[in-house]
Design a protein around this ligand. Structure first.
Ligand SMILES: Nc1nc2c(c(=O)[nH]1)N[C@H]1C(S)=C(S)[C@@H](COP(=O)(O)O)O[C@H]1N2
Ligand SMILES: [Mo]
Length: 257
């Protein structure tokens, strides 16, 4: 069921009022995720605290140029048509193990409480850039959708096929960019769906209209060109099963900085 906008707007404050981080601690799945500690960095970060923040910088630290990397212009016709219309018809679908599927416009996302954060983006290719990202936190959106039993991962499906590989299977084609995070990162305060970089709407190269920011992890986790968020109990059905385009090609799934 797609929740109409009016219902979403009433659902969101109610879910916010339920103030859910304590609910997360009581969630056995989330506890299992925390305990499993797949990577040393992940264990270390979790020792520091579930809410341990990535460093935030001041406006003076913002890089004069924020390099773009990976896809800089999605070639698929669906995204290009949405871009041509100024993303007025773009909708972010929230599906999978949820009580209510959501379909959110850019305006819906901008109406939610916003977070701005100046952080350093580190790419494994050896460059970094500091930028200010703005958008709603992911947590209230997930609370509005309502996670069902078994929810363990949040998967982000993107509009682009990376590296010019042919796009045949739509959102789940072999070359389609995607990423995923666990519930601890999903409910982390710095995990936002960014629509702006340095107070400008995201340009094409940086992931218009919306990209994920999950600030305690490396550049390749910061999925651009978001189309759909799937709440899942397993990463096996997505891509080649390792939880992301680059993880499928040998990179760590948990990319702690
Ligand atoms: N959809 C999508 N997201 C992506 C990529 C991509 O190719 N496609 N590249 C990743 C990599 S490797 C990096 S370093 C950052 C680059 O983000 P930027 O172009 O805004 O600098 O986006 C990440 N997210
Ligand atoms: Mo990267």
């Amino acid at each position: 069921m797609i929740l109409p906008r009016r219902q979403l707007l009433t659902a969101l404050p109610a879910s916010l009022a339920l103030a859910g981080c304590d609910a997360l601690t009581r969630n056995p799945t989330a506890q299992a995720v925390i305990k499993s500690g797949e990577q040393a960095t992940q264990r270390w970060q979790r020792l520091v605290g579930r809410d341990g923040l990535a460093r935030e910088f001041s406006a003076a630290d913002i890089s004069p140029v924020f390099k773009a990397n990976g896809t800089k212009l999605p070639t698929n016709p669906e995204w290009q048509a949405l871009a041509a219309g100024g993303f007025a018809d773009w909708r972010l679908q929230v599906t999978g193990l949820v009580s209510r599927e959501l379909s959110l416009s850019l305006a819906d996302l901008k109406r939610l409480p916003q977070r701005s954060q100046i952080t350093r983006h580190d790419c494994v290719e050896g460059w970094s850039a500091i930028g200010q990202w703005t958008g709603p936190q992911l947590a209230p959106i997930l609370k509005a959708a309502g996670l069902r039993d078994g929810a363990r991962y949040i998967v982000f499906l993107c509009a682009d096929d990376y590296g010019g590989e042919a796009s045949k299977g739509g959102l789940q084609s072999k070359s389609r960019y995607y990423e995923s995070i666990d519930l601890v990162d999903a409910f982390h305060p710095q995990t936002i769906l960014a629509h702006s970089l340095n107070n400008q709407p995201l340009d094409t190269a940086h992931g218009a209209p919306i990209r994920l920011r999950v600030e305690r992890q490396l550049g390749y986790k910061q999925a651009k060109y978001l189309m759909r968020i799937v709440v899942a109990d397993s990463l096996a059905p997505f891509g080649q099963g390792k939880g992301g385009y680059w993880p499928d090609r040998g990179y760590e799934w948990y990319a702690g900085t």
